[in-house]
Design a protein around this ligand. Structure first.
Ligand code: ADP
Ligand code: MG
Length: 699
């Protein structure tokens, strides 16, 4: 039996290790550097690097890498060994402060959306000392930010850190206004990322080019059993999956990831892991590690972990819930309704600030969760709609309404709400995930952004949320700092905010068609696809927001816009080419073989004097043949659609073209191929079917 407390964090160069291994002066200085976020000086860097290397080598590490998060949405690493030649043909293990602090990976092949081309600069990586170094695969990994020579962020981490900084500044101003800043030196955002995934048998996976190349099935007739019995959700975990989870937990715990909850999800073969929340930059790093380790650990168990947002048609896809809150360094959750009138008032201010931020920047929030894969989920009655709205629950909505209308809020106990005087009634916690249809739900002491796709990096959505809320808090602080009567000013501000932004609050069923109409009449945006959402990146209001808070400059936003669109159409292009390939190399052959068998039987029957007109083989042959003809036409249409994209230059135009032409052609081809799959015996069909894939993990 593993000793979990001992195992936990054993591969992390964390605070305890630093304290143990660094001379006490160096330790103190490093802590200071981390806290105030100033650059490390060379001498200190050398001391830290030395201690890190000794520790890592003792643990069997041979290499080090700057571990960073380029705009691919994955993590990147380039390994260097610690070896350094010495006289006499010997080597020593060496790692310098310079190597710790800064790296220059030849990063020219990472997407930069033209930033590097414009500035003709290389990419640099710089240690983010707020995230601990760790050992993975015998390599000391140093979490870093990745930026261009001229300082543009080439990664997802840098803007996130910037957004946390601006939120810190503004939230501190608010705490001061309420006199709740005693002993508080920092406000950080926190995130807990619930991660969904599928597990399928590796051997079956290997037989499906679509899964290999695109992470999702591009063909596949429905299996007789899907998720209709609701018998998988929270069901008993199969032994093979349990073994996988056991291993995964151990690996995650070693790296200091607070893996906490695991259960079966709605679809067959679908599961979820939820960690305990932490500071957002750590949660972001840890979610990346979680996804990586899920894949690796699955392989060890003869499984493949699918993180795609929609691996199978007809059953639920996978999402990622980003639970979000703000916390002081003294451990106060600022979205926790308070126990005293002043804490209450402050809580309500943070609450309405979030409401306003989400309403004002709903287009950016929508965009932050957009991906080709997530387009399959949002609005498809298995995930929140593409329309952004906020669920507050009845209780809280009633409280806000009472403040807004100047009425007394009356619950069973007939409490009167007078800001700064009244204590709020206890709010029920939304522990059961009741309103799954809301994209952004208040769940008692945090918000849960539920629209993320399972494969997404959580950096983007958190960057947007943090910056938008920081901006609103800044405006609020400006208004309240000079107020003579704080409670009156606050009541006024809450009223006005609800007047202007109350439209974003929706407690009803987000899957209902009537919501789409209602949302439209409320003036909420409904960007159905990534292509519709993308322009938010270059929208003036948003550019101004991010510039104001020094989170993204215009160049950085433009590059993200380009990359988002480019990734979208390239994903579709790969999917379409894979379909073409599977039809030509696999499916046509299978169909011909089957037709061959049928014609053989028909010929034999005829020679024996049977009347074959309308017999089983005859009608099957006609059906298969007719569908095969349709398949060929649709294959040509898809190939034609792909050709049509070749002369388009503008990224937005290409992306739009793929959405409007290629997707349709793909869907039509799939439809007829899936029909053929139901007609052709499985001994001819070249690919394992849905039933096999979804129920492959049998015990
Ligand atoms: P549920 O969503 O079922 O109500 P929990 O309340 O336990 O479940 O939380 C779900 C996720 O939210 C977990 O990852 C948890 O750590 C995270 N979470 C809880 N509190 C916070 C917080 N203050 N900030 C960010 N995430 C949080
Ligand atoms: Mg949840």
């Amino acid at each position: 039996m593993t000793n979990i407390p001992e195992l936990f964090g054993s591969s992390v160069f964390n605070d305890t290790v630093m304290k143990d291994r660094l001379p006490s002066d160096a330790y103190k200085e490093l802590k200071k550097t981390i806290e105030i976020g100033k650059a490390l000086d060379v001498e200190l860097a050398n001391v830290v690097a030395h201690a890190m290397k000794d520790w890592a080598v003792e643990k069997g590490a041979t290499h080090f890498t700057h571990w960073f998060q380029p705009m691919t949405g994955f993590t990147a690493e380039k390994h260097d060994s610690f070896i350094q030649p010495e006289d006499g043909g010997r080597i020593i293990m060496h790692f310098s402060g310079k190597e710790l602090v800064k790296g220059e990976p030849d990063a020219s092949s990472f997407p930069s959306g033209g930033i590097r081309a414009t500035f003709e600069a290389r990419g640099y990586t710089a240690w983010d000392p707020t995230s601990y170094a760790f050992i993975k695969d015998d390599t000391l990994c140093i979490p870093t930010a990745f930026f261009s020579y001229s300082g543009e962020a080439l990664d997802k981490k840098t803007p996130l850190l910037r957004s946390m900084q601006t939120l810190n500044t503004q939230a501190m101003r608010i705490l001061k206004i309420f006199g709740n800043d005693e002993g508080v030196t920092q406000v950080s955002t926190t995130a807990g990322c619930e991660q969904e995934y599928f597990l399928v048998d590796k051997e079956l996976f290997n037989k499906r080019p679509d899964l290999i190349y695109t992470g999702r099935t591009l063909f596949g007739a429905k299996s007789p059993k899907g998720q209709e019995m609701d018998d998988h959700y929270f069901g008993a975990i199969k032994p093979r999956v349990k073994e996988f989870m056991y291993d995964l937990n151990n690996e995650l715990w070693k790296l200091g990831v607070l893996s906490k909850t695991e259960h079966n999800e709605v679809a067959p073969a679908q599961h979820e892991m939820a960690p305990i929340f932490e500071t957002t930059n750590l949660a972001t790093d840890h979610n990346q590690l979680t996804m990586e380790l899920m894949r690796k650990t699955a392989q060890k168990h003869g499984l493949e972990c699918l993180l795609h947002e929609k691996p199978f048609a007809g059953v639920n896809g996978s999402g990622k819930h980003n639970n979000w809150s703000l916390s002081t360094n003294t451990g106060t959750n600022l979205l926790e309704p308070g126990k005293t009138p002043s804490q209450n008032a402050q809580f309500l201010l943070f609450l309405v600030a979030t409401i306003k931020a989400v309403d004002e920047y709903q287009d950016m929030i929508r965009l932050s969760v957009a991906s080709a894969g997530n387009d399959h989920r949002l609005g498809a009655n298995e995930a929140p709609p593409a329309i952004v709205s906020i669920f507050l629950g009845e209780e809280l909505t009633a409280i806000l309404k009472a403040i807004h209308e100047g009425e007394d809020y009356t619950d069973e106990k007939r409490t009167k709400i007078n800001l700064g005087v009244t204590v709020l009634p206890p709010l029920p916690k939304d522990t059961t995930d009741r309103n799954r249809t809301s994209p952004f739900a208040f769940t008692g002491n945090k918000f849960e952004l539920r629209s993320l796709g399972s494969a997404a990096s959580v950096a983007g959505p958190n960057t947007v949320l943090n910056t938008a809320v920081a901006d609103v808090l800044c405006g609020f602080a400006d208004e309240l700092e000079g107020a003579d009567d704080l409670n009156a000013a606050l009541t006024q501000l809450i009223k006005k905010t609800l007047d202007d932004h109350g439209r974003i609050i929706f407690n009803g069923n987000g899957y209902d068609d009537s919501w789409v109409k209602e949302a439209e009449s409320r003036g909420l945006t409904n960007a159905k696809t990534l292509v519709d959402a993308a322009p938010a990146y270059i929208d003036k209001k948003n550019v101004e927001l991010f510039k104001r808070h020094k989170v993204y400059n215009e160049v950085e936003l433009q590059s993200r816009y380009d990359i988002k669109l480019e990734k979208y159409w390239k994903t579709l292009n790969i999917e379409a080419l894979t379909m073409v390939d599977m039809v030509k190399k696999g499916i046509i052959g299978a169909v011909i073989d089957f037709m061959n068998e049928l014609t053989d039987v028909l010929a034999k029957k005829k020679t024996l004097g049977f009347d074959v007109d309308g017999c089983m083989e005859d009608s099957l042959l006609k059906n298969v043949s007719a569908n095969a003809d349709i398949m060929m036409k649709r294959l040509e249409t898809l190939e034609g659609a792909l050709m049509g994209a070749q002369d388009i230059e503008d990224t937005m135009e290409i992306a739009t073209y793929y959405r409007d032409n290629v997707i349709t052609a793909m869907n039509e081809l799939r439809c007829v191929v899936d029909e053929l799959e139901t007609l052709v015996p499985s001994r001819y069909w070249p690919y394992p079917g849905y039933g096999e894939l979804l129920y492959s993990v049998v015990q």
